[in-house]
Design a protein around this ligand. Structure first.
Ligand code: IMP
Length: 510
């Protein structure tokens, strides 16, 4: 029963797209029983959580793809089936546009693509009401933040709204909220035009009432925000007709995918699950409330007919990034660190695939990584973007930091102050909340390691970029990998050395 899962072990944007693409074409790497050195493609690739808040970039021999909803396997002709699972929230317009781009790049027809794409009938439909609500939630959070700071007589305008969670604005949270509230529209509703029409009018009317009598009712909402929110909510008839039209277009792909995956698993097909976002954005385990609205770890991948995985691969970048608000304990914000963060952002082009926002940059937080390993049963991991350090000058001593724990200065007992474990609110606040507040949060504890960059062109010095064998990596890069591996407690099986599929080293596991 060979099923495999790939999940993000940080705050999203770890490079899962590239790893899923590689494994989708080389599943033998995860299955020694195949006893072959030839590349074997996965039979099925499954996307199981989140929505078009995700942005997976992959660059395979057929082109470069930026996917938000479609599973990575859709752009690999050797993968037979691509599945969107029941836990996904789907903006059908985005999916339509994405399929169009894939068709153009691959030179295939819509029929070809739809013949291999299957969408769970239980998946939720995102509509304009959710996008409007996502926006208005952020507006209200900005109002609350200003009031909390004691500001008076203000209006919140469009430029203020990043003071909230900093969501992607794709309607993801409100869509999951409607699902839990039992107001949601499911893909299966599209089978019956009459039923869909009556459900849609209820859902749409509910959003209009919420907008007019609640969201816009606060006096701090500016005119420009009101206009924008009203514009976001689509026209009832046009939107309903469009959704029904897309429902017809994709109808042949709507399936009981859970059953299909269960059967495929019994037939020993190779099934690769692709997580979206990262575990520290998980709705339960992430840095709540600065999280997304789905389970981004193994729990989010286990609701599509398969609950046992031969391998769970945790993907992490050589440094940390985060978009939007919330804790990033190892964020590079002080002194020299800020300058390195800027360099990394530019060299690695650390801007969101979905929103284009600059990503916040931090040192690799090994304690956070270990937390992901423990809570998700990660069996081995993949490190990405180590090649970025080839081009960064980390000062005369070439020192990089890795987070190996936290200093919790407020804790009374000396022995408790330094923790190796990822800090949980419950551990920190319980004893003495007032003391915690006065003495301020947690500080990262760092270890310093030696870097190897910048590697001048033509210098003959080893660099990470494009290497295909671990022996050819700079010695210090190997030391960096070894430290990460030892701390997190599971082997690093995959080293990504560049964006292309073949820029990959597979490490033999003893
Ligand atoms: P939402 O998922 O749009 O509700 O956004 C909630 C938080 O998760 C925000 O901080 C987003 O920036 C972040 N987020 C959502 N999806 C991704 C992703 O795919 N990569 C990185 N961050 C994400």
């Amino acid at each position: 029963m060979p099923a495999y899962a790939v999940i993000g072990a940080q705050w999203g944007d770890e490079g899962k797209g590239k790893i899923v693409d590689y494994l989708g074409d080389n599943i033998q790497v995860l299955n020694p029983e195949l006893k072959t050195k030839k590349s074997v493609a996965a039979d099925i690739v499954v996307r199981a959580n989140g929505g078009n808040n995700a942005g997976h970039t992959l660059w395979n021999p057929l082109g470069e793809f930026r996917l938000h909803l479609a599973p990575g396997g859709i752009v690999n002709p050797r993968v037979q089936i691509a599945v969107i699972g029941p836990g996904v929230v789907i903006d059908l317009n985005t999916l339509d546009a994405e399929l169009k781009t894939i068709m153009d790049t691959l030179g295939v027809s819509l029929e070809d693509l739809l013949a291999k794409l299957f969408i769970s009938t239980k998946a939720q439909i995102v509509f304009s009401g959710h996008i409007m609500e996502d926006f208005m939630h952020e507006v209200h959070r900005a109002i609350d933040a200003k009031q909390f700071r004691g500001e008076k007589d203000f209006k919140v305008g469009l430029s203020d709204i990043q003071q909230g969670i900093g969501t992607t604005g794709r309607g993801i949270g409100p869509s999951y909220a409607d699902k839990s509230g039992r107001f949601g529209l499911r893909i299966e509703d599209l089978f019956d035009q009459k039923k869909f029409t009556s459900k849609f009018i209820l859902a749409w009317n509910r959003k209009v009432r919420l907008l007019e009598s609640f969201y816009l009712s606060r006096k701090e909402v500016s005119e420009e925000v009101k206009q924008e929110a009203r514009k976001m909510l689509g026209k009832y008839v046009t939107e309903k007709d469009r959704l029904l039209e897309l429902g017809e277009k994709f109808r042949g792909s709507f399936r009981n995918v859970e059953r299909m995956l269960y059967e495929a698993n019994r037939e020993s097909k190779h099934i690769l699950f692709e997580g979206a976002q990262g575990f520290h954005l998980d709705i339960d385990h992430g840095t709540y409330p600065y999280v997304t609205s789905s389970n981004c770890g193994i729990a989010g991948l286990s609701n599509a007919g398969i609950t046992r995985f031969n391998e769970v691969i945790g993907v992490f970048k050589a440094y940390c990034t985060r978009v939007g608000s919330g804790d990033l304990t190892t964020e590079m914000i002080d002194d020299d660190d800020a300058q390195y963060a800027k360099l990394i952002r530019e060299v690695a082009h650390e801007y969101g695939v979905t929103t284009g926002r600059p990503r916040r940059i931090g040192w690799l937080d090994l304690a956070a990584l270990r937390h992901s390993v423990i809570l998700n049963g990660i069996t081995s991991s993949a490190i990405t973007r180590l090649d970025i350090f080839d081009d960064i000058d980390f000062g005369p001593k070439k020192l990089v930091k890795v987070g190996v724990g936290y200093n919790c200065a407020h804790l009374a007992e000396e022995r408790e102050r330094q923790q190796k474990n990822f800090p949980q609110v419950s551990d920190l606040y319980c004893d003495d909340f007032d003391h915690y507040r006065q003495n301020g949060g947690v500080e990262p504890v760092y270890e310093e390691l030696k870097s190897w960059g910048p590697v001048p062109v033509g210098s003959g010095h080893a660099k990470v970029h494009g290497q295909r064998s671990i022996r050819d990596l700079p010695q210090r890069a190997r030391e960096y990998i070894a430290r990460a591996e030892k701390f997190q407690g599971v082997p690093i099986r995959i080293i990504s050395t560049g964006p292309k599929r073949d820029d990959t080293i597979i490490v033999a596991i003893k």
